[in-house]
Write a protein that binds this ligand. Structure first.
Ligand code: GDP
Ligand code: MG
Length: 433
């Protein structure tokens, strides 16, 4: 029998996680009680981030500006020399309007809900395990079950098998380049090790996928915390990806850790954006600074003065997702960075790019564009709970090379998790072990 490198190693890790998970299930079942709970549901009706079919996107050729467009065939390494390009936004390509509809912030609804009481008493590690498990359920169910179906459908490894496998990987949003590289490696290994049995090959596939996940995981996923004075974290990304929500979640996390947190609303022109952030400040108990319809850099300047006066430990800055073109956005962010750096040396300590996992390859090209515009230190991958395409983490690693630092697994403030490769792998592949 050939040594199964990582797969074996993870199998051991899996069995301890699985055992803990079973224990947790028992604990939680025993303690299930009915509790009346305030659920905070914020419905933002304008915030649809539905993936627009590329073919439906109308190019506005009346303007001289070129719209950055992704197509599946396009190589991801596209470097854009054209400075007049518009950063693509999934939701607003079709109608280019000046005034955006306001974001509706609803009062939290009272709702009777069956709540598993024991959950609140769990350690963070246990909560992580459960959150990843739930958040990656869609990806796991679809991808992994199709993989095993494939193993059953073909008894021998042949060209048809390879073809279907390739399709499967592509549809999991792993990214074309990564898939091709992966297929080459797999074919080599099949030849080398003389593999004919597809069931055995399924294990090899997982092994190779794990390899990609683990390669380069030396990229640090820790948040750079200032040794002295406030730590400034700037959030960037296109509209609707979850910037404001992620700020709320991060505020909740740091406040729970005993830190003093301040939120600054740098998205000043979008109707409803400032109150939306203020609402998050109220909900989490963070300090807030914001003014509508003024220069973002100015608001950030004043906000930082206040943050220093208040001795805030963590300052989270929201920014606008959209300025007509790349050059504008670059200038705006440069201005913001200057203001921040003048106030607080070495700040911003982190610039986090928010990517919506449900937008797939579109998200990857956003990451590539933003990388050219400003110094991104980490990625937050949101809405992983809403997609079966968990493979996007692989594509980010391969194509963008910036570490994923947090993942969003739901809309509530508890639904943000530090990215953990082991929990992630477990969440995706546990049914195969
Ligand atoms: N399911 C899910 N929804 C999310 C997540 N993060 C954000 N959202 C939702 O995405 C929508 C847009 O979020 P918002 O923070 O306003 O995006 P922004 O325009 O980038 O600031 C809101 O309806 C959020 O509740 C997530 O991790 N999972
Ligand atoms: Mg926002």
């Amino acid at each position: 029998m050939i040594i199964m490198g990582l797969f074996q190693k993870f199998k051991d890790m899996f069995s301890s996680k699985k055992a803990r998970e079973e224990e947790l299930e028992e604990i939680l079942e025993d303690e299930t009680v009915e509790v009346e709970e305030e659920t905070e549901e914020v419905k933002e009706e304008t915030e649809e981030v539905e993936d627009i079919d590329e073919t439906e996107v109308e190019e506005e050729s009346t303007e001289d500006e070129e719209i950055e467009e992704d197509s599946e065939e396009e190589t991801v390494e596209e470097t854009s020399e054209d400075e007049e390009e518009v950063i693509e936004e999934p939701e607003e390509e079709v109608v280019e309007e000046v005034v955006e509809e306001p974001i509706k912030v609803e009062e939290p609804k009272k709702e009777k809900k069956k709540k598993k009481f024991g959950f609140f008493n769990l350690s963070e590690k246990d909560k992580d395990l459960l959150a990843y498990d739930k958040g990656l359920e869609k990806s796991r169910k679809e991808f992994v079950s199709e993989l095993s179906i494939l193993g059953k459908k073909f008894t021998k490894v042949n060209e048809d098998y390879y073809e279907e496998l390739e399709q499967l990987l592509i549809s999991a949003d792993i990214g074309i380049n990564t898939v091709f590289k992966f297929m080459d490696r797999l074919r080599d290994r099949v030849k080398h090790e003389n593999i004919t049995d597809t069931n055995y090959l399924t294990e090899v596939i997982v092994d190779e996928l794990l390899m990609i996940y683990v390669e380069g995981s030396s990229l640090t996923d820790k948040i750079n915390i200032a040794s002295d004075g406030p730590t400034v974290i700037l959030m960037v990304g296109v509209n609707g990806v979850g910037k404001t929500t992620t700020i709320g979640k991060l505020a909740h996390k740091y406040i729970k850790e005993g830190k003093k947190v301040m939120l600054i609303a740098g998205d000043t022109f979008r109707a409803g954006a400032v109150p939306q952030l203020e609402e998050w400040a109220n909900r989490t108990g963070a300090l807030f600074f914001g003014k509508e319809n003024t220069d973002p850099a100015g608001v950030i300047f004043d906000g930082l003065v206040k943050a220093k006066e208040e001795n805030a430990d963590i300052v989270l800055i929201d920014t606008a997702g959209r300025l007509q073109n790349k050059v504008n956005l670059m200038n705006e962010l440069e201005k913001i960075n200057k203001v921040i750096g003048r106030h607080i040396p070495n700040a911003p300590h982190e610039t986090l790019l928010i990517i919506d996992a449900t937008t797939g390859q579109n998200g990857i090209s956003q990451a590539e564009s933003f990388k050219e515009i400003t110094n991104i230190t980490g990625i937050v991958l949101t809405k992983l709970d809403g997609t079966a395409k968990g493979g996007i983490v692989l594509a980010i690693k391969e194509n963008v090379g910036i570490p994923v630092k947090f993942i969003g697994l739901g809309e509530q403030m508890e639904d943000l998790r530090t990215f953990d490769i082991e929990d992630y792998i477990y969440g995706l592949f546990k049914d195969m072990m």
